[in-house]
Design a binder for this molecule. Structure first.
Ligand code: NAP
Length: 259
């Protein structure tokens, strides 16, 4: 049993859909005061309505994580409304699938801005609040794609997710000054709106290649994020946890066929 995080101020970027929505639900179910940050107002408010109808506490904040002013304004507004920032879940991301031969350089930059520059912005904007409180928690949503595996069409995405882990190491050292930890969850294939866009064939092939024989649920990532954000994880920083149903374990097609 983890120490209660009731009333803690938690930001979830990309909290309007998919994994972020799952993270927001998990933290809200534990009594946290959740800020859902994303661009789209309709889906952001819908996510908050769902949480609030279930007895939780969530508020939508419009934000483009690739834009510094937008992130700083959002973080400061949440801190003002909720009395500070206890946890930043920097989760928002995008994964357009384009092979290098067809990729416009602008798409590379956009993916880097949305997935990697955003991690820096999300952490930097929270530092004054962590410093003031003398404590804080950051949880990044990285991926197995990039740090561990490769997949055609995701060179930019993989680089951005591996880049997050490079950022993590030095960020952990700098944030220790504020008694703040930063860790990353590395999801495998999690059933989300974004993944559904890749088509049923992709989803079926992926599920068949996972030892636990199913895609992950968004709450599987939310629960890992909750642990990193807990008081019990106070001495863990700069670390990662893979949450993938064993997806990265098989050495070959034969190995997965054996089970
Ligand atoms: P998703 O269903 O497409 O949801 C993405 C979320 O991010 C939405 O809330 C979206 O809202 C928000 N977002 C995108 N660009 C944004 C921006 N510029 N500013 C603010 N918010 C933005 O994606 P998902 O599958 O849940 O993925 C979430 C995270 O998990 C990503 O970082 C992804 O790389 C990572 N991940 C996912 C999987 C998976 O299997 N699903 C696996 C490994 C890692 P708006 O569009 O309204 O802004």
């Amino acid at each position: 049993m983890l120490t209660s995080i009731k009333d803690r101020s938690v930001i979830v970027t990309g909290g309007s859909k998919g994994i972020g929505r799952g993270i927001a639900r998990v933290f809200a179910a534990q009594g946290a005061n959740v800020a859902v940050a994303a661009r789209g107002e309709e889906s952001g408010k819908a996510a908050c309505d769902e949480i609030n109808a279930a007895g939780g506490n969530a508020t939508f904040y419009p934000c483009d994580v690739s834009n510094w002013d937008s992130v700083r304004n959002m973080v400061d507004a949440v801190a003002k409304a909720n009395g500070g920032i206890d946890v930043m879940c920097a989760n928002a991301g995008a994964f357009p699938q384009t092979k290098m031969v067809d990729m416009d350089p602008a798409e590379w930059d956009q993916v880097m801005a949305t997935n990697l520059r955003s991690a820096f912005f999300s952490v930097k904007a929270c530092i004054p609040h962590f410093e003031k409180a003398g404590k804080g928690r950051v949880v990044l949503t990285s991926s197995i794609t990039g740090p561990v595996t490769g997949f055609p069409g995701w060179s930019h995405y993989g680089a951005s997710k591996a880049g997050q882990l490079g950022f993590l190491k030095t960020a952990a050292m700098e944030l220790s000054k504020y008694n703040t930890t930063i860790n990353a969850v590395m999801p495998g294939n999690i059933y989300t709106e974004g993944l559904q866009d890749l088509g049923q064939e992709y989803l079926d092939t992926m599920a068949a290649s996972i030892p636990l024989k199913r895609l992950g649920a968004v709450e599987d990532i939310g629960n890992a994020a909750l642990f990193f954000a807990s008081d019990e994880a106070a001495y863990i920083t700069g670390q990662t946890i893979v949450v993938d149903g064993g997806q990265i374990l098989p050495e070959s097609l034969e190995a997965i066929a054996e089970i």
